[in-house]
Design a protein around this ligand. Structure first.
Ligand SMILES: [Zn+2]
Length: 147
């Protein structure tokens, strides 16, 4: 990665927090999955063999939807030092396939306000101001209620 930098030590713009978060040079960031052409199963991250049907030749990179529904969540009240709590850790089923784990934001961390199956969307934001040693910021994804 260091060889790619135009000038050492100069920030290059946001880096994705995970390799399945793609940041095109032109256009909006998106989540990339791999979809099996045989059984249509969708997975996060690159893979060459379908773990559903075992096909070895049918997986293709695909841009996953930003809309989904809340499958499960947990309100996290204790975490590592420096991590603000409480926050809502969620698992979301994306429309068209793919299941993604992340934090649900812009909602009170209160079970009365959060419903299983509620419509949510993926939003892309700076990862809480964290930077690497060259000053690059990180881009992360979050879920928020769809309004
Ligand atoms: Zn398959």
């Amino acid at each position: 990665m260091a060889e790619k930098a135009a000038a050492e030590g100069e920030p290059q713009g946001p880096l994705p927090v995970v390799d399945y978060l793609k940041i095109p040079e032109n256009g909006d960031p998106y989540i990339e999955g791999y979809r099996c052409g045989h059984c249509q199963s969708t997975f996060l991250g690159e893979r060459s063999i379908c773990s559903n049907c075992g096909a070895r030749d049918g997986l293709e990179a695909t841009r996953l939807a930003n809309e989904g529904t809340l499958y499960a969540y947990s309100i996290v009240c204790r975490s590592f030092p420096g991590i603000d709590v409480p926050y809502v850790s969620a698992i979301v089923d994306l429309e068209g396939g793919g299941t993604l784990k992340g934090n649900l934001i812009n909602i009170d961390p209160d079970p009365e306000k959060i419903a299983f199956g509620m419509p949510v969307e993926v939003v892309f934001k700076d990862a809480l101001g964290r930077k690497d040693r060259d000053g690059n910021s990180y881009l992360s994804y979050f879920f928020q209620p769809r309004g």
